[in-house]
Design a protein. Structure first.
Length: 120
């Protein structure tokens, strides 16, 4: 488990390093995840099963994922003054973007369904 956790952290560190060195417009953990994926493909782990130790470690992290959101919630509460001043515009933007995303998703789904029905 320690080796798998170290591998995950090394991939994240490599992603952060690449982003900073190459000035990439992407988060370091996302680049690190891409590196992990590439490593699994290279080793043949994606076509079959990932290494058991890595899968068990990832499952353990996912089971406790909600704990990782606590610092973000604390950060929001520390900036409650900004939330009080900008709460309504933030709520409107959040609800509006959610509704827009739902509408676009529904339209794309309808278009793809029609296209799939026409294809023999």
């Amino acid at each position: 488990m320690i080796r798998a956790f170290a591998a995950l952290l090394l991939c994240q560190l490599a992603g952060e390093t690449l982003v900073r060195l190459l000035n990439l417009p992407a988060p370091g953990p996302v680049v690190g995840f891409g590196l992990l994926f590439a490593g699994l493909v290279w080793r043949g782990g994606v076509a079959g099963e990932p290494p058991r130790e890595l899968a068990a470690t990832a499952d353990g992290l996912l089971r406790n994922l909600s704990i990782l959101f606590v610092p973000a919630a604390v950060g929001i509460m520390q900036r409650f003054d900004v939330l009080r001043l900008q709460g309504l515009p933030l709520a409107v933007a959040l609800v509006g973007s959610t509704l827009l995303t739902l509408a676009v998703t529904a339209l794309v789904f309808q278009a793809m369904s029609r296209r799939a029905a026409r294809t023999p």
